[in-house]
Ligand binder design. Structure first.
Ligand code: PLP
Length: 351
């Protein structure tokens, strides 16, 4: 069985980061810490998140949580009241809609198109907005499609928001370090969104630290940050202190390890795209970031059927696009070795 279903890097956490965690244990980082995160970690997060031009974040704008997942959950719980609408372009990561439901909000999905590289257009966005809209959730680079919104595309969405000043933007940028051609634009480049933008990021994907569970939100609205911090105080007390020490080391140390992992993912991306192009009935966009391929397999059956067949007959585990709101696709993670990619694609092709 070859699993192409997981959403995490297959690399070991770099050794200098592991040593930082060990040092923290030896230095007795075994006590409760500040609810919003260790001050020096919040400082470096703010520093590293600041775009060349755009919103300027400070340590006070950061809340460190147990993974980006908890940061997203806190932001949604804080922003969304019963019956508030939240716009989610699909395909999308599985948890957004469930988190909105937990907050008793209403999910409004916008089905993006293959022809638009699975990016929501300003026209689609405008059509989905109304007086009940509380938030829009964007994810670029995207899981599951690997798409990236260009600066112009984000500018166009920001322009639409001018008519809707109460709508918050949650911009999940957890894959921002895994971009293969140039750099992804952050929503934080748009000054005018400062008081209603929540940017999400973390160490899971960039530094192969999924199990450390450190992620964060950045927001210039101090009342919102205070509310998220209060919520977190009752839920968590604080993110694990040893993991925060490791995350701080990851951000402060040389970023060569991130470059190396990105280069390896880039090679795998080329390989999987080349091999996938040889599979009859698959139609796909070359992913620009993250580590997923998201072919449309509707010529062969539904995503559920194809995923089932790949599992039963090729012994390759993939995820049906239905999980992401796109039942005509399947998602393959290329966070596995090149040998495994070759073997998996050989088996799929032979079916
Ligand atoms: C788009 C997206 N956002 C957030 C997360 C959660 O990341 P973390 O491990 O930091 O909680 C994931 C993890 O798969 C993801 O794919």
């Amino acid at each position: 069985m070859i699993s192409m279903s997981l959403g995490e890097p297959d690399f070991d956490t770099p050794s200098h980061i592991r040593r930082a965690a060990q040092r923290a244990i030896d230095n007795h980082w075994s006590h409760y810490g500040p609810v919003a995160g260790v001050a020096s970690l919040r400082e470096i997060i703010a520093e590293m998140s600041n775009p060349d031009a755009g919103i300027c974040y400070q340590a006070e704008d950061v809340v460190v949580s147990v993974g980006a997942k908890m940061a997203i959950y806190n932001a949604i719980q804080t922003a969304v009241n019963a019956d508030d609408e939240v716009i989610i372009p699909v395909p999308s990561w599985v948890s957004y809609s469930e988190m909105v439901k937990l907050a008793e909000g209403k999910v409004v999905t916008v089905k993006t198109r293959y022809e638009d590289d699975y990016c929501m257009t300003p026209e689609q966005f405008r059509a989905a907005l109304n007086e009940k809209t509380r938030m829009v959730i964007l994810c670029s680079p995207n899981n599951p499609t690997g798409s990236i919104y260009s600066k112009e595309q984000l500018r166009a969405l920001a322009n639409v928001l001018r008519d809707w000043p109460k709508v918050m933007v949650l911009s999940d940028e957890i894959y921002s370090a895994l971009v293969y051609d140039g750099k992804a634009t952050s929503m934080s480049e748009f000054d005018e969104l400062a008081d209603r933008l929540v940017v999400i990021n973390g160490v899971s994907k960039a530094y192969a630290m999924t199990g450390y569970r450190i992620g964060w939100m950045l927001c210039k609205d101090r009342a919102f940050v205070a509310a998220c911090t209060r919520l977190q105080g009752q839920q968590l007390t604080c993110a694990t202190m040893v993991a925060q020490a490791a995350a701080e080391d990851a951000l402060r140390a040389s970023q060569t390890c991130v470059d190396k992992m990105r280069q390896e993912f880039a090679k795998r991306r080329e390989l999987i795209c080349k091999l996938a192009a040889e599979i009859p009935g698959w139609k796909f966009r070359k992913p620009q970031g993250a580590f997923y391929l998201f072919p449309d397999v509707s010529a062969l059956g539904t995503g559920d059927e194809v995923a089932e067949r790949l599992l039963e007959e090729a012994h390759v585990a993939v995820v049906s696009g239905a999980a992401f709101g796109c039942p005509e696709c399947i998602r393959l993670s290329y966070a596995i070795s090149t040998e495994e990619i070759k073997e998996a694609m050989k088996r799929i092709k032979a079916l």
